[in-house]
Design a protein around this ligand. Sequence first.
Ligand code: SF4
Ligand code: SF4
Length: 85
Amino acid sequence: MANVEVKKEGYLSIGKTEAVEISVDTFLCKGCGICLELCPRTVFEWSKELSEKGVHYPLPVNAEKCVKCKLCELLCPDFAIAVKW
Ligand code: SF4
Ligand code: SF4
């Protein structure tokens, strides 16, 4: 299994492998849960801690499962997610 590095860096919640980097801008994220519901590979889990906005935010804990479909990036209503490779 690919090594996943998960971290919170400033306003970014990041899940990174050698193949892909998924980042959630926790300043923009309103915690609606669309990305958790719609990611076909259950890449995201809720954070235990609250963001600067006072909501739980998605952590890309299973980034190694990402198939780079970009659904999360396209469907996030607040443009908070970026998937890069
Ligand atoms: S879809 Fe966007 S706003 Fe909603 S929880 Fe995910 S990152 Fe946050
Ligand atoms: S790009 Fe697709 S598989 Fe990867 S985290 Fe987003 S919705 Fe999930």
